[in-house]
Write a protein of this length. Structure first.
Length: 108
């Protein structure tokens, strides 16, 4: 689609969004609204690559940046491997991307 950006993220995005939606049930969303939002999530034009190299690179990055877990590093690995800009709310992820030379934008 000309003029539109492609959104790429590791498949982990779907699990994380589902978890956040569940946390909001009873707070800001009903169960039915959460279900509808999951359906909306899967209608978005998100490319979720599953290549093995994303996961091996995430482990390498977790080691380099001394992270106990590699979840967030999956997002950085996807951005790096696809030569894409990383958008994040996470200051630590922003710093890691900056140190790696991956274009990054800190939101909020």
């Amino acid at each position: 689609m000309q003029g539109e950006d492609l959104i790429s993220a590791p498949p982990l995005l779907y699990a994380e969004c589902t978890s956040v939606l569940r946390e909001q049930v009873g707070e800001t969303l009903s169960h039915e609204e959460a279900l509808e939002t999951v359906e909306d999530l899967f209608s978005l034009p998100v490319y979720a690559p599953t290549e093995r190299r994303i996961y091996t690179r995430a482990l390498e990055l977790a080691e380099r940046f001394q992270r106990k877990k590699a979840y967030d590093m999956q997002y950085l690995a996807v951005a790096e491997l696809q030569h894409a800009e990383l958008l994040t709310l996470d200051r630590g992820l922003f710093d890691a991307a900056s140190r790696l030379g991956v274009p990054v934008r800190l939101l909020a």
